[in-house]
Structure formats: structure tokens, C-alpha cells
Design a protein around this ligand. Structure first.
Ligand code: ADP
Length: 448
């Protein structure tokens, strides 16, 4: 049957799960924990089903995480085909790890635990979090694990009695795995909507202003309205402005180019304009494109402020590039600023940055979501009550919460390996298995 694709709840993302509402499950004749094959425009995958949370009023929907949506080519709010899938328990599984992953000892038991209940097939690459990503300073970091061979063949589910073997393979044979890593590069960010916490309304607005015109230009033509050329995201630093921009670019498969306001202003005479022209030109050639201008106030401060000769020239260039966008088609400019009132008014006029969205400091619920996102990939102890931390972190923005969680993970790591050298040291499989972020780790991180 065909179901409408929605984002998955944030905590289930990246775990080989899809959420389907009760009515649709009944119609498909499946129960919680069964497997379904979901087919998008680019391919199909098999995932385990969880019943959509109570309170989700919509029917006929399937929640799929961003990574999976991308892999199979399933767009949000569009239909995807979902059918019950036959999945055998795996007797044996052989997997390959990417080169350069320095882990000593027998990883098999740990990996079996991590992969338990997932459906896989030979040739597939599963991006798996080893619980260390956040410690290494990249909370979304996943290690691409390649499924080399399964017994029986076909799609299998990993169980407690699956015999997991780590195959001796060189990086060359794990090509796909490197593609997954490359997806982390700034040009094609791998951030998805499930990685953005506490900003549902703001995300809706961004989607309406940017995603809709890009995916359905005909709607705008039919209505005779101009889609926005530029959107200004404003609010305090670290609240998720960059994150939202990257997520929307990733979701619509748009090319993403970044311009840093302060950086461009530090260029030599004439170079700033040249750089702006380059970026706009490149974006035009690779549409759909999003041009992201961070801290746009440093390029275009208000004229009655201290605007000098250079600023005037750069602003003039930016304005003419934006005005020229009309015939370029699917290019949208997203600017960010901490101080919306300090921007040159000429930039905020019609046809330029004429839409503004405020990205504010998160409330308790928002902080809870952000904490859930950043602990999603972590081995977190049962005694940790994230809601309590959401209550106790008034005034924290997303970036603060992320560093809180990362600091807690560092505490956990130091506890296991007091003299750990993250750069050179090998991690043992045993360390990975015992690694756990406890209430105490979080508490002392909060005190610092
Ligand atoms: P801004 O662009 O508003 O200054 P960023 O988007 O660069 O802030 O946020 C920095 C980091 O903080 C992000 O990469 C993310 O890890 C974390 N973060 C900030 N806001 C959020 C949020 N709303 N949800 C999840 N993580 C967030």
C-alpha cells in the first residue's frame, strides 16, 4: 500500500526503524516489530515497524528517518510504497569495517548487540554509531559498516544467536562506506530534520518558504506569486540557524554553499565581490542551490552605522547578485544574523531578504528534544533523566546543550581510560562495551 512519508520521531532515527499508524498497520496485516519493505524513487529498504505514537492524528503515514529517506529517495509528504517483508533470522553475518578504525580485540559481540533486530542484506552499508562520535566532537558521526555476506542469503534480521564475523578487508573493498563518510562534507551536509530539536514551527516555516518553491515551482507559478529569494534567520548564536539551513538543503538535495560574513569582509580590495560572484555563479550552475551567508550583518551593517567604502561596494554587489537571481531559477539565499536590526534596510526589502524567521532560545520542551538528539547515539545509563536536565538548563541554547552532553561523554571516557589519547590510541572492543554515560557524568559536566 502507499503511505505518506513523514519524518521519524527524533529518538528512533538511525536505528533501522519506521513508524506506521495503527490503521495502516492493520491494513497491512502487520504488528509491532514486524518488517516492511519501503520503496522510494531510488530504491528500497527493509526496516522494522513501530506503531506510530498515540497522538499522531494523521492516518496513512509512514515515519522514516532522514538517512533512509535519502538512501531510497523518499521525499517528505509524498507517497512511498510499503509492503510486508519476509525476513529470516541470520545464522551468520560477515561484516567489514572501514580502514583506519583502530579497534583492538573482538568487536563481534559489541556489533551484534548494536545491530540486533535490524534487517540487513549483503552489499548494504549500515551507518552505525559506535557511541564514540560525540566524544570525537561530532555527535552525528556514524561508522559505515558494510554487510559482506549473510547466511541465509536475502534480507535477514540479526538476533542474539547470529554468529557475527568481522571480515578482513581493505578499504578498497569498502568503497560505498567511504561514500557515506563523504556525505559529511560541507557541500552536501548530512543533517536531517530529525537532527533539529525544539524548532518544529520554525522548520515548518522554512520548509514552506524554501522547500515548497523548490520542489513545487508550478504551485507558485499557478498562483502568480514570487517565491522568496532570500530568507533571514535571526536569533542568538548556537540556536540552530546553520543546522536548519543544512537540514533543508539536505532534504531537498540542494547544493549548499557557505559564505562567512566576517571572512569575506577580511579579503583584500575587490576580492570580496569577486568571491560573492563566484559563489552565486556556482550556485546557479548547480541548482537547486542554497547559498548560506552566515553573519550577514558584518557584510551589510546599517548604513547609519559605520558603513565604509568596502561595505558599500560589497552590499551593492550582493544586492545586484540577488536581483539577478530571478532569472536563475532555483537558488535561494539564507542569511543569518544575531541582530536583525543592525542590517542594511536595502537588504530587507521586497525580492531580497523579505522573509524573516526568528530562531529563539529553546524552552524546556525544546531543550529536552535537543538533549534527546545529542544523546541518541550514546550509550546512556538508565538512571539518566533527560527531562530533569531540560528543566535545569534554563537559558541554554542548542550549542550549549550539545557541549554539555559531549563533556559528559568525555567524563565517561576518562573514567574508563584515565590516560586516553584520542589522537593516537587504539580503542579496545572491551572499552566500547563498557562505555556508558551515567547520571554522575552529566551532573559533573553541568557543574563545570
Ligand atoms: P547558529 O547557526 O544558530 O549559531 P548552529 O546551528 O551552528 O547555531 O548550532 C551549533 C551546533 O549546536 C549545531 O551543530 C548543533 O550540534 C547544536 N544545536 C544548536 N541548535 C540546535 C537545535 N535546535 N537542535 C539540535 N542541535 C542544535
Amino acid at each position: 500500500m502507499r503511505l505518506i512519508v513523514k519524518p521519524l520521531d527524533r529518538q528512533s532515527a538511525g536505528k533501522g526503524i519506521a513508524a506506521i499508524d495503527r490503521e495502516a498497520m492493520a491494513e497491512l496485516g502487520i504488528e509491532n516489530g514486524d518488517f516492511v519493505a519501503i520503496e522510494g524513487e531510488k530504491g528500497a529498504t527493509v526496516v522494522r515497524v513501530r506503531q506510530g505514537q498515540a497522538g499522531e492524528r494523521q492516518r496513512g503515514i509512514v515515519g522514516i528517518d532522514g538517512q533512509t529517506r535519502k538512501t531510497i529517495g523518499a521525499r517528505l509528504d509524498r507517497l512511498a510504497s510499503v509492503e510486508e517483508a519476509d525476513v529470516d533470522p541470520a545464522n551468520r553475518l560477515s561484516i567489514a569495517l572501514p580502514d583506519g578504525l583502530q579497534i583492538r580485540g573482538d568487536l563481534a559481540p559489541y556489533l551484534r548487540e548494536k545491530l540486533a533486530n535490524r534487517a540487513v542484506r549483503a552489499g548494504q552499508t549500515v551507518p552505525l554509531s559506535l557511541g564514540l562520535g560525540s566524544v570525537m566532537g561530532r555527535s552525528n558521526r556514524r561508522i559505515p559498516i558494510r554487510i559482506v555476506e549473510t547466511d541465509p542469503e536475502g534480507t535477514v534480521v540479526i538476533t542474539q544467536s547470529t554468529d557475527v564475523e568481522v571480515a578482513e578487508q581493505s578499504a578498497e573493498s569498502v568503497d560505498d562506506a567511504r561514500d557515506v563518510e563523504a556525505a559529511d562534507s560541507p557541500e552536501s551536509p548530512s543533517v536531517t530534520y530529525e537532527d533539529v530539536g525544539g524548532l518544529d514551527d520554525e522548520l515548518d516555516q522554512v520548509r514552506e518558504m524554501i522547500e515548497l518553491p523548490m520542489t513545487h515551482p508550478e504551485l507558485f507559478q499557478a498562483l502568480g506569486i514570487e517565491p522568496p529569494q532570500g530568507v533571514l534567520l535571526h536569533g542568538p548564536p548556537g540556536t540552530g540557524k546553520t543546522l536548519i539551513a543544512k537540514a533543508v538543503a539536505n532534504e531537498i538535495d540542494a547544493n549548499f554553499s557557505t559564505i562567512s560574513g566576517p571572512e569575506i569582509m577580511s579579503k583584500y580590495h575587490g576580492e570580496s565581490e569577486e568571491r560573492l560572484r563566484e559563489v552565486f555563479e556556482e550556485a546557479g550552475e548547480n541548482e537547486p542551490s542554497i547559498i548560506f551567508i552566515d553573519e550577514i550583518d558584518s557584510i551589510a551593517p546599517k548604513r547609519d552605522d559605520t558603513q565604509g567604502e568596502v561595505e558599500r561596494r560589497v552590499v551593492a554587489q550582493l544586492l545586484s547578485l540577488m536581483d539577478g537571481l530571478e532569472d536563475r531559477g532555483q537558488v535561494t539565499v539564507i542569511g543569518t544574523t544575531n541582530r536583525v536590526d543592525s542590517i542594511d534596510n536595502a537588504l530587507r526589502r521586497g525580492g531580497r531578504f523579505d522573509r524573516e524567521i526568528e530562531i529563539g532560545v529553546p524552552d524546556t520542551e525544546g531543550r529536552h528534544e535537543v538533549l534527546q538528539i545529542h544523546t541518541r547515539e550514546m550509550p546512556i545509563a538508565d538512571d539518566v533523566d533527560l527531562e530533569q536536565y531540560a528543566d535545569n538548563t534554563h537559558g541554554f541554547v542548542g550549542a550549549d546543550l550539545e557541549s554539555l552532553v559531549r563533556e559528559a561523554a568525555m567524563n565517561a571516557l576518562r573514567r574508563v581510560r584515565p590516560d586516553l589519547d584520542l589522537e593516537g590510541d587504539e580503542i579496545s572492543a572491551e572499552t566500547l562495551e563498557t562505555l556508558e554515560v551515567t547520571e554522575k557524568d552529566l551532573r559533573s559536566a553541568l557543574r563545570e
